[in-house]
Write a protein that binds this ligand. Structure first.
Ligand SMILES: [Zn+2]
Length: 150
């Protein structure tokens, strides 16, 4: 298993929101998501995200802020990754905003906490990074930030 590299927790400039690309309504724990990350050679066999938000809103920190994640190709230093369970339909592939109300509430609380901790940090979805051709996180992060007043 790859050990996450060190990154300077005082130089966090970005937060990126992801989905786990798991089927709508199907429960996965943070530990299960991390186990799937560790099995992926393309991620360097390391935990990808700093936080995982389960269907019931339970939020688990899966990496420390001084550990580099593996969630945006070439842009992981200074970038905290947040992943919600879900993001595709029951077919396991069609992108969809499957967030439960509990996940929306938990995500907003986490983002507000992190924004307070890291003033000026940029928050965006995976798909909002230049050159990314993915649907992840299957919702409009800018619209969500406006909705929650961030
Ligand atoms: Zn993603």
């Amino acid at each position: 298993m790859g050990a996450p590299a060190y990154m300077d927790p005082k130089k966090i400039t970005d937060i990126t929101i992801h989905c786990a690309a798991t089927p709508r309504g199907k429960p996965f724990t943070a530990a299960q998501i991390s186990a799937m990350d560790l099995a992926r050679a393309d991620l360097g066999n390391q935990i990808a995200y700093h936080y995982v938000i389960e269907l019931d809103g339970k939020t688990t920190q899966t990496l420390r802020h001084d550990q580099r994640g593996a969630h945006v190709g070439g842009h992981n230093t200074g970038n905290l990754g947040i992943c919600y369970v879900g993001g595709v339909l029951e077919d396991g592939k069609t992108p969809a905003d499957t967030r439960t109300d509990a996940q929306k509430v938990a995500t907003a609380a986490l983002l507000k906490q992190l924004r307070a901790q890291f003033p000026g940090v940029r928050i965006r979805g995976h798909r909002d990074w230049p050159g990314v051709k993915k649907a992840c996180p299957s919702f409009d992060v800018a619209a969500e930030l406006k909705r929650i007043g961030l």
